[in-house]
Design a protein around this ligand. Structure first.
Ligand code: NAP
Length: 312
């Protein structure tokens, strides 16, 4: 029997914990479920600091992964994981890029061919260049050694185990946290900006299924955008409305239009994904995914999740 060991680095984060959830709950032997002869390992920074080459090698030596999926940006981690994957003959490696790596001035919708076509926005300069180098390395390792390394480009991710710390959370977890505090303290719920910008959000459990698909069924060096369709963009106001509903907030709710909105929209095409999947993929309806995320947040508020030290 073949023994495949799948190492998911960043295994305790938003994306890694969603992959763990899906692989443990989908029917065994199904498209997204665990298969015979497979061992899944979910590593956090406590299992080894991937910025350190010796610890990276020790992690690979310990688990002897045949497949790897890594989830954290910075050049050191990227280089250590890619090179150790090559040195230890990992059969397949998927790295996580982001739509933030795209050029600032680009023709929309984004697709997989446009990553390197211009400078990224200055606010993403380091992150975007480090991530782009992963795609460069994937091609170089394929050309020189025949490595089967590729990458995924998710749009905005949300779900259980996200970072809800108001200091640095992304928009959905931040608004959930703010709305919860407004309800608890009887204060207004104020959303920054006009609420008009549009975004594509992907539920982390859907993304996890797509990673598992990519690991098993997609063997090409070129990245794939993992996202809902362009026709499923939703506005920040729709997000905030759904959060108000899910939290059960009945107080004063408004938009602070004096705050900057950010880019109005930056649509990404999922055409390549749907074609490669060979048919339709059932994305979880946004409101259901949001309800489940809010329920997770409420359940874990006092249990040491990444909620932050904000006064409540
Ligand atoms: N969240 C989004 O909306 C989004 C969108 C597009 C792309 N992405 C990309 O998706 C990937 C995963 O993001 P995420 O949101 O799941 O991240 P996350 O929730 O912040 O989790 C980060 C994970 O990486 C681990 N980690 C951090 N530093 C490490 C180190 N030096 N050595 C070993 N492990 C380390 C953490 O372990 P500990 O628990 O031990 O700290 C944790 O498991 C990233 O590459 C990110 O750029 C995210």
């Amino acid at each position: 029997m073949i023994n495949n060991v799948v190492l998911v680095t960043g295994g305790t984060g938003l994306v890694g914990s969603a992959i763990k959830h899906v692989i443990e709950t989908e029917p065994v032997g199904s498209r997204f479920g665990k298969r015979e002869g497979e061992t899944w390992v979910f590593a956090s920074s406590k299992d080894g600091d991937l910025k350190d080459i010796a610890q990276t090698r020790a992690l690979f030596e310990k688990y002897k992964p045949t497949h790897a999926s890594f989830l954290r940006d910075n050049s050191l981690i990227n280089d250590n994981v890619i090179h150790t994957s090559y040195e230890t003959n990992v059969q397949k490696l998927i790295s996580c890029l982001s739509t933030c790596v795209y050029p600032d001035k680009v023709e929309y919708p984004l697709d997989e061919t446009k990553i390197h076509l211009g400078l990224p926005h200055e606010s993403n300069f380091g992150y975007a260049h480090a991530k782009r180098m992963v795609d460069v390395a994937n091609h170089a390792y394929k050309d020189q050694y025949g490595s089967n390394f590729t990458s995924a480009i998710p749009t905005n991710i949300f779900g259980p185990n996200d970072n809800f710390d108001l200091e640095d959370a992304h928009v959905i977890p931040a608004l959930i946290h703010k709305c919860y505090l407004a309800k608890k303290n009887g204060t207004p719920f104020v959303v920054s900006g006009t609420g008009k910008p549009l975004r594509q959000f992907i539920y982390s459990y859907d993304l996890a299924r797509l990673f598992i698909w990519q690991l098993r069924e997609y063997d090409d060096v070129e990245p794939v955008i993992l996202s809902v369709g362009e026709d499923e963009e939703i506005s920040i106001k729709e997000v905030a409305d759904a959060i108000v509903e899910a939290v059960g907030f009945e107080g004063d709710y408004s938009f602070d239009v004096s705050k900057a909105d950010g880019q109005f929209r930056k649509p990404a095409s999922n055409r390549k994904l749907l074609t490669a999947l060979g048919g339709k993929f059932e994305f979880t309806p946004f409101n259901k995914a949001l309800d489940d995320t809010v329920a997770w947040f409420l359940q874990h508020y006092n249990s040491g999740a990444r909620i932050g030290k904000v006064a409540v």
